[in-house]
Design a binder for this molecule. Structure first.
Ligand code: ZN
Length: 266
């Protein structure tokens, strides 16, 4: 069988921009829709090098001034995002972080706000629900004001997304990162006029039924691959490496097309 070169990535407006910006025509590109550059750097996780002819780019979220100081010096293939994370809501200096976010927006130093969202995964996070909502509203309003896409983190709180669907539909794009499904809720977000994209990481590899159903059922131009590196590692792994975008991407391709991607990397 002849070796076929497949364009390894994916589907959305973001990807089109990336292809124009970072890759020459016919060049393959891996795109990581969500990772954490500063945390990776701290752990010694390097940016991927897939060899000649294959580009890599990704969106990195910083969640403190310190993380952003490290992230801002990353090479231009790292797309800059900053946000107040719902898991940090109880410890966030909201006034300071809001001022910092506004500064980044007014100086055009970030392309996305995020992660922003809701996390009701455990009692500790749930106890900060009001603070989560406060920082969510600040970021949502700034995203609308600056007409900038939002990267959303949402665990056990999809009802909040529907509560805010009208405001979310005013944004140019929304990326629901590590979306946990089910697909009917993803479709419902799209039907409410949200220009929604959904990114999936290692849940596609550990048999997560709702996530796999999303990958199989949602329009592929709405689906992106992410590592969330260094987090969300599989059993037996120490971290998620940035190079893992390759196997995540291959798995997503296989799930959505029903057959294996012919790999261009030997
Ligand atoms: Zn993350």
């Amino acid at each position: 069988m002849s070796r076929k070169t497949v364009t390894l990535l994916l589907f959305s407006d973001i990807i089109e921009i990336m292809l124009e910006k970072f890759a020459k025509k016919n060049q393959n590109i891996f795109f990581d829709a969500h990772f954490h550059y500063a945390v990776c750097k701290e752990l010694g996780i390097e940016l991927p090098d897939f060899g000649s002819g294959i580009s890599w780019s990704g969106i990195s979220c910083a969640h403190s001034k310190e993380e952003f100081e490290i992230q801002k010096d990353a090479p231009s293939c790292v797309i800059q995002a900053y946000g107040m994370h719902p898991q940090n809501a109880a410890n966030e200096n909201i006034k300071e972080s809001t001022a910092f976010l506004e500064e980044l927006l007014s100086k055009n130093l970030i392309s996305f706000i995020g992660e922003a969202g809701f996390d009701f995964f455990n009692d500790e996070f749930k106890a900060a629900a009001a603070l989560q909502e406060e920082i969510w509203n600040i970021q949502l309003e700034l995203a609308i004001k600056y007409n900038i896409p939002l990267v959303v983190h949402c665990r056990k709180a999809n009802h909040k997304l529907f509560e805010y669907s009208r405001q979310l539909s005013r944004l140019p794009e929304v990326l629901f990162h590590s979306f946990m499904g089910p697909p009917v809720e993803a479709r419902s977000l799209l039907e409410r006029g949200i220009n929604a994209y959904f990114s999936f990481g290692k849940q596609v590899m550990n048999g997560n039924k709702k996530v796999i159903a999303c990958v199989q059922e949602l329009p592929e131009e709405r689906i992106l691959a992410e590592t969330d590196a260094p987090f969300q590692f599989l059993k037996g792994e120490k971290y998620t490496e940035l190079t893992d975008i390759q196997r995540i991407n291959e798995k997503i391709y296989q799930l959505s097309h029903g057959f294996e991607m012919t790999n261009v990397i030997s």
